[in-house]
Design a protein around this ligand. Sequence first.
Ligand code: PLP
Length: 373
Amino acid sequence: MSNPITNDRPIPRPGVLAIDPYVPGKSGVPGATKIYKLSSNETPLGASPHAIEAFATLASKLDLYPDGSVARLRAAIGKRYGLDPDRLVCGNGSDDLLHLLSLAYLGPGDEGIFTTHGFLVYKIAILSAGGTPVVAPEHNLTANADEILACVTPRTKIVYLANPNNPTGTYMPFEEVKRLHAALPKHVVLVLDAAYAEYVRRNDYAEGIELVATNENVVMTRTFSKIFGLANLRLGWMYAPAHICGAINRIRGPFNVNGTALEAGIAAVEDVMHVEAAIAHNEKWLPWMTNEIEKIGLEVTPSVANFVLVHFPEKSGVSADAADAFLAARGIIVRAVGAYGLPDCLRMTIGTEEANRLVVEVLRDYVAEARRG
Ligand SMILES: *Cc1c(COP(=O)(O)O)cnc(C)c1O
């Protein structure tokens, strides 16, 4: 039986119009001469020179379809991380895979869980699949295993955990992730989004490879957009049990990874030195930025990723909106995170040395001016 016709034009499935479209970080300021884009957690080191070279070789082959199975790319990723290529699926950014996972495992009335300040793509993915988003509270801006477990019902089908999380920069220790997994029903897919894994320097952190390898219901997603510097090409991958790869391979676009992303991705994943340089840069500048911003008198949430969340509580005479405008007027673009339930915060990516020093200088000026009233 088809639904009765109630409208004189097509209407989307329930849930679609409930989505607040994702608003990406700004990329320009009208009138500014030099722009420092610190709004999307891109790497200040750029892409690997080898990836840029590989990209260029595609210019004469734009008319040809790419290899839809991305076999050489999966082999390169598998070699680098010690994973079976047959258990890898690549996507048009990891966003593609996050969406496909909801599409495959959620139906109308099914629930997907994420946390209060979790990455916004999860809610969009759940709603677009027709599912119901369920938000688990965080403690101290950090995902909490017990709160997530308290949200589980017989309708729960998927749990998304960004570890570390964007935009907070906080993480859940691996023992906690394992405890969360152990208490989840076996039919619930646990998605560990490890977009910032390379940046984390903590002994109690793991990206989740071990959990994927030894269970039937855990998926790890990774991206080439952050430390690998290929955000513009849209490339991500997931490591998952064979049966989940089988499901996603059935519903993904047959050519969801384009040929330039494929070739540049191989070169990027093989350029270990470039990633090491990015890690070293972040290890130096993340603590520097945190300390310098704290010295100005602003609270910074301790971050293990390549960005910091800075607090501008209005009761102390500052404001995130005013600081955002003050920074933008000097060419510094940061990320307002009101959509993440953090209206008094700004998220700032760790940039080049020049950008980082400028951010601190401008923030110092802003706070001085704001407190003078
Ligand atoms: C940036 C980011 C991604 C990456 O998305 P792509 O589609 O691969 O560019 C995934 N998850 C989180 C939490 C992120 O911050």
